[in-house]
Design a protein around this ligand. Structure first.
Ligand code: SF4
Length: 502
């Protein structure tokens, strides 16, 4: 029989927007730039600088966001025909497919980082939103929709659709699934395909009873972007403004994680990201890190990712409670790595112990909330001594926040500016247990909050330059990317000076 180059198709196509289907040049920090509007750079420049397309073969990406890989594994394991496809190549596969499943992180730019940048810059939609809408508005999707295609949306950003029900109807989205979908996905797909989805609600909140147990979460079967692998789900700290705080805490056993490490390394991935809401709490039910549980997990990652491992998130309190864990990570992950430092996201949120008590009661545990500013400074010192660079979030505009809290945060910013860290300011967004509260609007920004934003910008310019100079060491394209990033920082500084912001 004559061979053709006709790409294979599948009943279910899984995709995500252009900003997510990227390795961000191997730096998750650059992923923050997908939360800005196309300003001051053009879209094409921003795309090549911050979210270049992941390599693909006939539209099938060589690596994909971890969440998509989990959906793919769930469907394939249960005998469904599913394929992960790059968003720019959907046209090849759509004509014969039945369901298009789109994973979203921030579909309207209303997430904390995007909405903050949108409100400050006032330049319209952010990249994550632009590229998500581009999928739905494409000629191919519209045509397929007319021919019966069903559209399913899931992922961490689906809460935004609850604020835009008319968008869901207008754009032919058949079902929006909010929560961990492993146990409900098959039934949803079955209903969409066999029964036209007529009995499905437009918004499906996965109930706690349908949250999968560890053994019900399948391992990925194809590589994840930047080698990211989850080691657990949930967080015990219970911050009022956080969706994750509402989820069940589970930690994966070593053998489960190892299976995914093998998938990634078999495909040539030698660096990776250990993902959890607080990596240093691996294996424990409370808030005291356990070195005996952590070290075997670190050693497992070091065995497979011989060129370095980063963490997705950890916490100020866990770093202070177990500095030895950070030292061990330095020993195992920096040695032999192509990078001079590794990054992690960490929540400072405020400098005010009083606000910590009111809105984030377990944030400082096992320490006291009163110690918060000292804990922040101590943890940044520990991280710096061990070549870990944190991207720290600060939240302002919380319903509980008073002027005195912001003054405490400003004082803290002065105390910590000597530490190598990026500080990302975020306006409050109603999520978690505060989901019914009012949004914070930029017009409400008072002088203290403006001062806070200025300090964060100055800090970002100062340390951004320092970090870019040493980043991506070893990649052939590093010099070009680094020069472009430095030029971008210079441009930000120029604009900031003209507007008297720095
Ligand atoms: S520590 Fe972070 S992940 Fe955990 S509840 Fe608080 S904000 Fe959420």
């Amino acid at each position: 029989m004559k061979k053709t180059n006709q790409p294979k198709t599948a009943d279910v196509l899984i995709t995500a927007d252009r900003t997510l289907m990227s390795d961000h040049h191997g730096s998750e920090f650059l992923g923050f730039a997908t939360c800005i509007p196309p300003y001051p750079l053009r879209t094409s420049i921003s795309k090549s600088l911050f979210f270049p397309p992941i390599k693909n073969t006939q539209g099938i990406p060589r690596a994909a966001p971890y969440g998509l890989r989990k959906i793919e594994a769930t469907l394939l394991k249960n005998g469904l025909d599913a394929l992960v496809v790059d968003p720019d190549h959907l046209c090849r596969y759509l004509p014969n497919t039945k369901v298009l499943a789109i994973s979203v992180m921030d579909p309207f730019g209303w997430g904390p980082a995007s909405s903050t940048f949108m409100k400050i810059l006032k330049k319209g939609d952010v990249f994550s939103s632009i590229f998500f809408k581009k999928i739905l508005n494409s000629k191919e999707v519209k045509e397929a929709k007319e021919n019966g295609l069903k559209i399913l949306v899931g992922g961490p950003g689906v809460w935004e659709f609850k604020h835009a029900p008319e968008f869901v109807d207008k754009n032919g989205i058949d079902c929006v699934v909010n929560g961990e979908a492993e146990l409900v996905l098959l039934e949803i797909i079955k209903q969409l395909v066999d029964d036209n989805g007529s009995d499905l609600p437009k918004f499906l909140d996965v109930p706690m009873a349908s949250t999968p147990e560890l053994e019900e979460i399948p391992e990925i079967i194809a590589p994840s972007i930047n080698g990211l692998i989850e080691i657990g789900r949930g967080c015990p700290r219970g911050c009022k403004f956080c969706e994750v705080a509402l989820r069940k805490l589970r930690w994966y056993p070593l053998d489960k994680v190892e299976k995914e490490l093998i998938v990634n390394t078999k495909n040539g991935q030698l660096t990776g990201i250990m993902h959890a809401e607080d990596v240093l709490l691996y294996g424990v039910k409370g808030v005291n890190p356990d070195l005996d549980k952590l070290v075997p997990m670190f050693e497992l990652f070091a065995k497979y990712y011989t060129k370095g491992t980063e963490w997705s998130h950890t916490s100020i309190a866990a770093v202070c409670a177990c500095p030895k864990a950070v030292e061990k990570a330095n020993e195992l992950f920096i040695h032999g790595s192509s990078k001079p430092w590794f990054g992690v996201e960490i929540g400072i949120e405020t400098g005010s112990p009083s606000l910590i008590k009111r809105a984030m009661p377990a944030k400082a545990k096992p320490f006291k909330a009163e110690e918060w500013p000292e804990l922040v400074e101590k943890s940044l010192g520990i991280l710096q001594d061990n070549s870990v660079v944190p991207a720290c979030t600060l939240i302002t505009g919380l319903p509980e926040e008073r002027e005195d809290d912001i003054i405490k945060t400003l004082e803290l910013l002065d105390d910590i500016k000597k530490y190598r860290a990026l500080i990302v300011p975020l306006f409050f967004v109603p999520l978690g247990r505060l989901k019914d509260r009012d949004w914070f609007s930029a017009e409400e920004t008072n002088d203290l909050q403006k001062e806070l934003l200025k300090k964060c910008l100055a800090n970002g310019i100062h340390w951004g330059r320092d970090l870019v100079r040493g980043y991506n060491k070893g990649h052939v394209y590093s010099p070009v990317v680094n020069r472009s990033l430095l030029a971008f920082i210079n441009l930000l500084e120029f604009i900031g000076k003209r507007k008297h912001l720095v």
